[in-house]
Design a protein around this ligand. Structure first.
Ligand SMILES: *Cc1c(COP(=O)(O)O)cnc(C)c1O
Length: 232
């Protein structure tokens, strides 16, 4: 047993406790371990503790780790912003893309998804804080984007994702998650078979689960504090 197993177990306990407190059936929230900036050996250790799904933000880093950890059964989630000149790498390696917010990127991912792989699972990123304008589409544009993505053969639209501005308390944290859930329910009412609400991180996973999260993206609480870095 390594220290990462303890931290993973604690993260799962937080999830289980939040599920039970907020009337969510046990086991309905999936843990995505955000391994950005961590060495491949950390992922290896987490794999040894039974964790399979890992989130990466940087294309270069995802590619390097995917080579290093080939054939170990990792489920790769690309959760960072994606530029059009890097879509091919992601379409080839990833099982999921969480931060899709432009049709052009979606079209490229679909066209570049290798035919022998199942369609790439994608979530549309919604800007629910209305503050960080550089990523996420606004809620009003979500129906048209969802419609366009749903018609792409290389993609499978699974749900929505958001990265709200940090809230000061539980109620403040809940608000943007509730807003995301509203968009989610609207799209379902329009006929989209969505099953994934990717929301909640180390500091706000309880509030996200209270509002219906099905996948929390946890980095710091599992791997410890990150050293700040950029795309390399
Ligand atoms: C880094 C990151 C996370 C994890 O954040 P922590 O606070 O370390 O849990 C989750 N989602 C996205 C999109 C991230 O970039």
């Amino acid at each position: 047993m390594n220290m990462l197993c303890d931290r993973l177990r604690m993260a799962k306990e937080r999830i289980a406790e939040a599920e039970s407190r907020h009337g969510r059936p046990a086991g309905t929230v999936t843990l995505l371990a955000v391994s950005k900036t961590r060495p491949a050996d950390d992922i290896r250790m987490a794999l040894d503790c039974g964790q399979r799904a890992f989130g990466e933000n940087y294309v270069q880093e995802l590619a390097a780790k995917a080579i290093e950890l080939e054939d170990l059964g990792v489920e790769w989630h690309f959760i960072g912003p994606l530029q059009s000149n890097k879509t091919r790498t992601v379409a080839t390696i990833a099982d999921w893309v969480h931060a899709l917010d432009r049709i052009k990127i979606a079209e490229r991912l679909s066209a570049q998804r290798p035919a022998h792989l199942s369609p790439l699972n994608v979530c549309i990123q919604i800007n629910v804080s209305g503050e960080d304008t550089k990523s996420g589409t606004c809620p009003e544009k979500a129906p048209a984007l969802a419609e366009a993505i749903a018609s792409l053969p290389g993609l499978r639209l699974r749900g929505l994702m958001a990265i709200p501005a940090p809230g000061n308390d539980f109620d403040e944290q809940r608000r943007p998650f509730a807003a995301l859930r509203t968009v989610f329910e609207d799209l379902r009412a329009r006929g989209h078979a969505l099953d994934t609400l990717s929301m909640g991180m180390s500091d706000d996973l309880e509030a996200a689960i209270a509002e219906g999260s099905t996948m929390v993206r946890i980095g710091t609480a599992i791997f410890g504090e990150r050293v700040v870095r950029g795309e390399g």
